[in-house]
Design a protein around this ligand. Structure first.
Ligand code: MN3
Length: 207
């Protein structure tokens, strides 16, 4: 499969004012596209690997030839993580967790407010470029983790439910060095319906 930039379910201006249109143009149209171009380039002499979806490719990185492994892990991770990130945002957000995810979050973190505080703090604490995730482990236990660069939770056998990109390119045009302000505003565009869908899919795979 030659990888392609995923279409968004919303327009670049739909996440305004929390995520500005210029950031979306550059982030989706330039940064994400560049990861895809580099991934396709790394895979160009490997027709067997081209058949795999990016998630399958990254599940077992040992099967990737060492010559292209670094390029595939970094750029494939960039492609996977961004594709996931676009999906868990929406113009019409339900603002708060719904369905089974609400119970999962309140069961683990006591309240949605406490969960958001903890997730936000971990996002603030990521040193340099990385991501903060809500994931399910193989036993179905929910937790917050962070990854550096473009490391994906799937290579650790964790199932992602929610993610936030805290690379500077995700917020610098609008928020400059104010990462905490970006994080606080981002909660307004979280697509909790999609988080619930991610949870239902993940549980289906565990059980
Ligand atoms: Mn990014």
């Amino acid at each position: 499969m030659i990888h392609e930039l995923p279409q968004l379910n919303y327009s670049y201006s739909d996440l305004e004012p929390h995520i500005d249109v210029r950031t979306m143009e550059v982030h989706h149209g330039k940064h994400h596209q560049a990861y895809i171009n580099k991934l396709n380039n790394a895979l160009k002499n490997y027709p067997d690997l081209q058949l795999l979806r990016v998630g399958e490719l990254l599940k077992d990185t040992k099967k990737i030839p060492s010559k292209i492994r670094k390029a595939v892990v970094n750029n494939g991770g960039g492609h996977f993580n961004h594709s996931f990130f676009w999906q868990i945002m929406a113009k019409e957000s339900s603002k708060e967790p719904i369905g089974a995810v609400e119970g999962l979050i309140t069961g683990k973190f006591k309240s949605v407010k406490k969960f958001k505080e903890k997730f936000s703090q971990q996002a603030i604490d990521v040193f340099g470029s990385g991501w903060v995730w809500l994931v399910l482990d193989s036993k179905g236990v929910v937790k917050i983790i962070t990854t550096q660069g473009h490391v994906t939770p799937i290579e650790k056998n964790l199932k992602p439910l929610l993610v936030l990109d805290v690379w500077e390119h995700a917020y610098y045009l609008k928020y400059q060095n104010q990462r905490a302000e970006y994080i606080e505003n981002w909660w307004n565009v979280v697509n909790w319906k999609e988080v619930e869908n991610n949870y239902q899919r993940a549980i289906g795979q565990i059980n």
